[in-house]
Design a protein. Sequence first.
Length: 252
Amino acid sequence: MVGPFLWMLLTSFKTLGEATQVPPIIFPKVFQWKNYADATVTLPFFTFYWNTIITTVAKVLGQMILCSIAAYAFARIEFPGRNVLFVFCLSVLMVPSQVYLLPQFLLIRDLGWLNSLEALIVPGLFSAFGTFLLRQFFLSLPKELEESAKLDGCNHIQIYFHIMLPLIKPGLIALAIFTALWSWNDLMWPLIVNSSPEKMTLSAGLASLQGQNMTHYPILMAGALLAILPMIVLFMFLQKQFVEGISLTGSK
């Protein structure tokens, strides 16, 4: 698993000749630190970074709020057709994402959001997976907590904010990490709705370095390493909560 990352790291310090040499060489003769500077000059790298950070933060906050509200309703509120609606929600997971790319694109076009950050953010504010994940956590909480709160005069909004939400913190952190990873690495959708460099994300911007007459692999690897570095740091700091959130998902 670590091998491709090490190869990417070593390639980012090579010259173009060393990167394309056959048979391949593992270590560069002289470490080419300028590849990282060239990566930030060849493309508006910091603009890509800013766009990616904005879209990722917005999607994470949106999913934590909207998915937790929907999950609480499906798990703790009795209303007619609850199970049917939840099945419809889960059915989205059974459809390949490529199927609804065209209708989603037409909606964004009709709203006039092409080449904008709204086109990247709004479709990712809610997910069926996030709803399912948090619903499992809400189902694991004892009903006595909810009954005691109702006896004290709390309504569903107060129970949700003050009692239930703090108790599913591991699930919220796991969802935040999942959403951040998906948003940070998303490639197909940003390439479809945004063609302007000012509104591109890191993944779409790095893809533009390929397909030319000669791909400069060291610069591409340097840019890729800079792109994934925040996610590696995020996982290193939150790996305990990430594992805890996944391991508790199916428990009731």
